[in-house]
Design a protein around this ligand. Structure first.
Ligand SMILES: Nc1ncnc2c1ncn2[C@@H]1O[C@H](COP(=O)(O)OP(=O)(O)OP(=O)(O)O)[C@@H](O)[C@H]1O
Ligand SMILES: [Mg+2]
Length: 320
């Protein structure tokens, strides 16, 4: 069956290739301002080259989100872009009569999903799948969506319920630093690489107020505790403890000042993720009190056989 390429009737394969080349040249060198194409379905002809050139042009113009039909393509800006994630912008997308008419943004996806839950007589669960290679920005995007819902989710009328809702939202946001401290590590590709997968469920009541959240984690890379590739690091939490423990805590946790541990390579690398205080504060907000935290952070030296990630309810001991 013969088919048309941009209105040409190609006839043979050779001719088809020639037409495609002409179309490519016309598209890439022509009138179309690539950075203005905010939906990849408007790229014509659709080839790897045209799609990548379009995304590249948008990246150069500091435009990091592009639609691809009903999918959103997010580029990692690799620099802070605070104006792109301000609460004001969140509210703008939330209040827009048709958010899909605004510039492509992760907030459009968040808002559309929120409205899908809201508009149905019988609430139907909505899912957002965030995928990409290591360092693409999945964790960042998920955090962004959680912040978006915390800002825009309906607020209860009474002061008391409002405070409860606020506390729930804070707890949801505080789950991120805790999960990242214990489950993220510095790798060759990403200083804050998640070494586990997660399914985050945000729960809303019928009035669209956030009532809770549940997080299920998958496939934590437990072997990293004892074995790290060269130039990579162990989980952030170990470095946080070593760098952030007070003198008293060092004594309590059998952690001598300045000790070097073979299982904690590259400790000289200073990352913003190394902040112990942030983790502790977040744990407190999640209801993990200081004595429980101390039990978690206790590092014991023992001459007994080592157990890693033991799941029998006993103390898991990391000999360093
Ligand atoms: N939208 C963004 N704005 C600014 N910086 C970003 C953005 N997205 C990602 N980054 C930067 O890129 C880094 C890597 O992103 P992130 O940790 O989300 O990747 P990931 O896809 O979760 O990778 P992995 O699969 O390794 O966990 C972040 O720590 C952050 O510095
Ligand atoms: Mg991640």
């Amino acid at each position: 069956m013969s088919h048309c390429v941009n209105g040409h009737n190609p006839g043979s394969d050779g001719q088809a290739r020639e037409y495609l080349r002409e179309d490519l040249q016309e598209f890439l060198g022509g009138e179309v301002l690539l950075y203005k194409l905010d939906d990849l379905t408007r790229v014509n002809p659709v080839t790897l080259e045209t799609v990548l050139r379009c995304l590249q042009a948008r990246y150069m113009a500091d435009t990091f989100y592009t639609n691809a039909g009903c999918t959103l393509v997010a580029l990692n800006p690799f620099k802070p872009v605070p104006q792109l994630y301000s609460p004001e912008l969140m509210r703008e997308y939330h209040a827009a009569p048709q958010p899909q008419k605004l510039k492509p943004h992760v907030f459009t996806v968040g808002e559309q999903t929120y409205r899908n839950v809201k508009s149905l007589i019988e609430p139907v669960n909505q899912s957002i799948v965030v995928s990409g290679e290591s360092g693409a920005g999945k964790t960042w995007t998920s955090r962004c969506l959680m912040k978006f819902y915390a800002v825009v989710a309906a607020s209860p009328a009474s002061w008391e319920s409002h405070k409860i809702a606020e506390r729930i939202e804070q707890r949801i946001l505080n789950s991120n630093p805790v999960m990242e401290a214990f489950g993220n590590a510095c790798t060759l590709r990403n200083n804050n690489s998640s070494r586990f997968g997660k399914f985050i469920q945000l729960q809303l009541n019928r009035a669209q107020q956030m009532t809770g959240a549940a997080v299920q984690t998958y496939l934590l890379e437990k072997t990293r505790v004892a074995c790290q590739a060269s130039s990579e690091r162990n989980f952030h939490i170990f470095y946080q403890i070593c760098k952030g423990a007070s003198e008293d805590e060092r004594l309590q946790w059998h952690l001598p000042e300045g000790a070097a541990f073979s299982w904690l390579p590259n400790p000289e690398r200073s990352l913003e993720e190394d902040c112990f205080e942030v983790t502790r504060e977040a744990m407190l907000h999640l209801g993990i009190d200081t004595p429980t935290q101390n039990n978690i952070f206790k590092v014991r030296r023992k001459a007994t056989p080592l157990m890693f990630g033991r799941d029998d309810g006993g103390d898991t001991e990391y000999q360093t």
